[in-house]
Structures are given as structure tokens and as C-alpha cells.
Design a binder for this molecule. Structure first.
Ligand SMILES: [Cu+2]
Length: 132
């Protein structure tokens, strides 16, 4: 009898029926590779209202950045992630070999992206972010 009670109590603890976990939709991580002189992929397709982690990695021979001021300004993110995009600058700056993860909630729209280093965008470091 006592064993039955203990077993029932353990089962209740292991399955807290009164605590449903309503997780927010989480999109798969997305990788953006910055190189001399390109973004891969050139066009990011994200889903509005899905928390997304973007993994930026710089495989180039020097510094690059991913500047998308309108995209980052429209997105929802916490203070730590906002700091990673330079606040209002909306720019993820990466030294050679560096990688940075930014987690955000994208807002629907189409946004341009480019590398702000001198002449890099004219050499191909441009991209687009589509959120729908
Ligand atoms: Cu660049």
C-alpha cells in the first residue's frame, strides 16, 4: 500500500499535468558566411514571429560586417543581442575568423544588407533578408 502511494507520488512529480509548456515557435538556426567578398546565402528567408538564431561567421582574410539597420531595428531582441548588432547601427562586426550568434524575433518585410567596409558592397558583399 505504501509502495503504491510512493509510486503514485513519483508519477505525479514526473508528469506535472497542470503545467503545460507552451514553447514559443523556434526556427532552426541560420548561418551567414561572410567572405571576400560575399554573403552566403545572399538571401536569407526568415519567418515572422519565430525566434531565430543567426550564426554569423567570417571566413575572409580580414574584417567584415553584416549591416542591416532596418532589419535589426524592426526585430525584437533582448539587450545582449541588441548590443551585438551595435544598437541603432544594426551592424554585426566580425574580425577575421570570428563568429557571433544573434537571436531575435524578425518582423515581416524585405530588408537590404551589406558590408559597410570601404568598397566591399560594390565587390559583392550585399544581400537581402525576406521575412514572411
Ligand atoms: Cu566586407
Amino acid at each position: 500500500m505504501r509502495y503504491l502511494f510512493v509510486a503514485a507520488a513519483i508519477t505525479a512529480l514526473a508528469h506535472p499535468a497542470a503545467a503545460p509548456v507552451a514553447a514559443a515557435p523556434q526556427a532552426a538556426p541560420v548561418e551567414v558566411v561572410l567572405a571576400n567578398f560575399s554573403f552566403t546565402p545572399e538571401e536569407l528567408h526568415l519567418h515572422a514571429g519565430q525566434s531565430t538564431t543567426i550564426h554569423f561567421v567570417n571566413t575572409g582574410s580580414g574584417g567584415h560586417d553584416f549591416t542591416a539597420a532596418e532589419f535589426f531595428a524592426a526585430a525584437t531582441m533582448d539587450a545582449a543581442n541588441r548590443a551585438k548588432v551595435g544598437g541603432a547601427k544594426g551592424r554585426v562586426s566580425l574580425g577575421k575568423g570570428q563568429a557571433i550568434d544573434v537571436t531575435l524575433l524578425p518582423r515581416a518585410g524585405e530588408y537590404p544588407a551589406h558590408c559597410s567596409h570601404f568598397l566591399h558592397s560594390s565587390m559583392g558583399m550585399t544581400g537581402k533578408i525576406r521575412v514572411d
